[in-house]
Design a protein around this ligand. Structure first.
Ligand SMILES: [Ca+2]
Ligand SMILES: [Ca+2]
Length: 289
């Protein structure tokens, strides 16, 4: 299999895995730099619950919209990432961590005063006020101030912008929530990819993420006989959760994921290789920004 086909294949598998290991946390309980208060149901953040909010929630539920065009002044100042998280949490009025038609229906009922015993409910959501910035390719390799990483490929390794995720490449949701930063690989060297994901329901600590991974992997293990090892490791001086597994789904590829929580993003580095020397060689290119 040539390299680009291999990368395309692993991108498709990776998305499946990311969906399987969905990690959402209640925003109100998480630690952020600052929190802002949001009225549940006020999806456009203009301070009141109207039929416009129900309409937006419905559009979000059918993946037709990510973020409303208008919002209250104090919210409009926030970076895109933070605003997505606020709109998202406000739309999930039944607080089941999903935006569905049921949320839209409930918001509509409140706006038409049909919801008996309705009391306004507010939640505090952490905001980070750091605009997400993708890394750049330089003469020496790749660097990202946001991630605090540089990558300098060793001999035989090339770096490249990773392929878009297959058929979903045009999906605005994927584009907003997942950023494919870069990939690297070469003949007989294995390959890796860095991607980041916006955590739409607020943020959790790295410890909580680790616990979630352990729990969701235990479930996977039962269903798919996946061997999993979860430890911690430093990359460029930062601590990452390291998840290593071998599975029949992956067949010939041992796989390692590195995860880190950074503000409202989850950073993943996904490595596929045949031998441990290849993993070491690939990872030795990382240094601190
Ligand atoms: Ca509103
Ligand atoms: Ca919901």
């Amino acid at each position: 299999m040539n390299r680009s086909k291999k990368i395309l294949k692993i991108t498709a598998i990776m998305l499946v895995i990311l969906l399987l290991t969905g990690v959402f946390a209640a925003g109100a309980e998480a630690e952020g730099e600052e929190t802002v208060r949001v009225l549940l149901g006020d999806v456009d953040l203009d301070g009141e619950i109207t039929s416009a909010d129900a309409r937006i929630a419905l559009r979000i539920s059918s993946r037709l919209m990510i973020i409303p065009e208008k919002c209250g002044e104090e919210y409009c100042e926030l970076p895109f990432d933070d605003r997505v998280v606020l709109h998202w949490n406000a739309a999930d009025i039944d607080e089941d961590r999903e935006i569905t038609a049921a949320d839209a229906r409930k918001i509509l009922r409140i706006s038409s005063r049909l919801e008996s015993g309705y009391e306004p409910e507010y939640i505090d959501i952490p905001v980070y006020k750091i605009e997400y910035k993708e890394g750049v390719f330089t003469e020496a390799g790749y660097e990202s101030e946001y991630l605090g990483l540089r990558y300098t490929p060793s001999e035989g390794i090339e770096i490249f912008p990773p392929n878009e995720p297959g058929d979903d490449a045009g999906d605005p949701f994927l584009k907003a929530f997942y950023t494919f930063e870069m990939g690297a690989g070469g003949e007989n060297t294995g390959s890796f990819m860095i991607m980041t994901r916006l955590i739409s329901f607020g943020c959790k600590s790295q410890e909580e993420l680790k616990e979630d991974l352990i729990n969701s992997m235990a479930e996977l293990d039962e269903s798919y006989s996946i061997k999993v090892e979860i430890t911690e490791e430093e990359i460029a001086g930062q601590s990452y959760i390291k998840l290593r597994y071998i599975t029949e789904i992956m067949m010939d590829f041992p796989t390692v994921f590195y995860y880190k929580i950074l503000g409202n993003r989850q950073i993943s580095i996904w490595v596929m290789f045949d031998k441990d020397e290849q993993l070491e060689k690939l990872m030795s290119g990382f240094s601190a920004y």
